[in-house]
Design a protein around this ligand. Structure first.
Ligand code: UT7
Length: 320
């Protein structure tokens, strides 16, 4: 029995902020942001919008595509590091609002790798026969946690949510293999220092702190490592990939890996110019767009690979 994706949906806030707009408040330029990251604009949630508000719309869209109702769900897993509140989980908030009465619900904290970690977790529940229908979401509102005076981070992030509905299937399609990794010795390279139990009063600040260069080095290394690892587990080779959807953080990270692996550009989906880095949401938003654009067809081999704070990295290989 495999975990097969039968519905995909996404949601981004309406407000668009271009690079040009950022230059009015921070010492940066459209040229710097484009050439160093590939980002042209990003979406920002307003004060009243929390992560679950974007996640619920993505979830409803995915459920509609899957032709399932929330009451059919056995489990909801949300990958997020920007929950509405420290507790309850975003997954429980969604379970209540969707009236998914028989679903268990929990969040997974793996930052930008959150969607892949959640997808792998959901796959285990389906493969071992415990659950049939699982909703997996990646959702984050990191723009609420950036220091708008720190040009090294504020130009990078955007908000959004993406969701998939998985069902147990024995038709040969679904998640073929998964691979997850953590390098906790690098945990200080990308960190939100305040707000947790070590600093509930946020004396250390409430903003994302990042050592961009070291995260960049980690990302280029593990993106390739993760793709090769899931291919090997699935007994496939690089040439078998029909579409790679990498975490949408920086086009230079993606190009570096694509070149090193000798992957044709048309086999790599990139939409970060429109959204920036939406953290756990970036891969399912890209998956939704790729599917809507007709890029993914039945039988295709699709690789999803993401990296982020932890530091973490996770990949899943799917036969569509
Ligand atoms: O999901 C994981 C999330 N994180 C990532 O994926 C981040 C990975 N890292 C990166 O993407 C890149 O390291 C950055 C885009 C963050 C930075 O690019 P870089 O090529 O590593 O730039 P840098 O940090 O080496 O900075 C080069 C110069 C510096 O100026 P000086 O010291 O050479 O005079 C920075 O102060 O660029 C300056 N700089 C900027 N200039 C204009 C840094 N940010 C900006 C900016 N606009 N926004």
């Amino acid at each position: 029995m495999r975990a097969k994706i039968i519905g995909v949906g996404s949601c981004v806030p309406e407000k668009v902020v271009t690079n040009h707009e950022l230059t009015k408040t921070v010492d940066t330029s459209d040229e710097w942001i484009r050439t160093r990251t590939g980002i042209q604009e990003r979406r920002l949630s307003d004060e009243a919008t929390a992560t679950s508000d974007l996640a619920i719309v993505a979830a409803e869209r995915a459920l509609a595509k899957a032709n399932l109702s929330a009451q059919d769900l056995d489990l909801i897993i949300v990958g997020t590091t920007t929950p509405d509140t420290l507790f309850p989980s975003v997954a429980c908030i969604l379970q209540g609002k969707l009236s998914a009465v028989k679903a268990a619900a929990f969040d997974v904290s793996a930052a930008c790798s959150g969607f892949n970690f959640a997808l792998t977790t959901a796959t285990q529940f389906i493969e071992n026969g415990l659950y049939k229908n699982v909703l997996v979401i990646g959702a984050d509102t990191l723009t609420k946690y950036v220091d708008w005076n720190d040009r090294g981070t504020c130009v990078l992030f955007g908000d959004g949510a993406g969701a998939v509905v998985l069902t147990a299937s024995d038709d040969g399609s679904g998640v073929l293999a998964s691979w997850l990794k953590a390098e906790g010795h690098l945990s200080d390279k990308l960190i939100m220092p305040g707000g947790g139990s070590r600093d509930p009063g946020q004396k250390n600040g409430r903003f994302i702190t990042m050592d961009g260069k070291n995260v960049f080095k980690f990302a280029t290394r593990v993106l390739e490592e993760s793709i090769l690892a899931v291919l090997k587990k699935a007994n496939l080779e690089t040439k078998d990939i029909d579409l790679l959807i990498p975490h949408q953080a920086n086009s230079r990270i993606i190009s570096h890996v694509v070149k090193k692996m000798d992957l044709p550009n048309e086999k790599v989906f990139v939409n970060l110019h429109k959204y920036g880095n939406t953290s756990a949401a970036s891969i399912p938003i890209a998956l939704d767009e790729a599917f809507a654009e007709g890029i993914i067809k039945a039988g295709d081999i699709v690789v999803l690979s993401g990296f982020g704070a932890g530091l973490t990295c996770g990949a899943n290989i799917i036969k569509w």
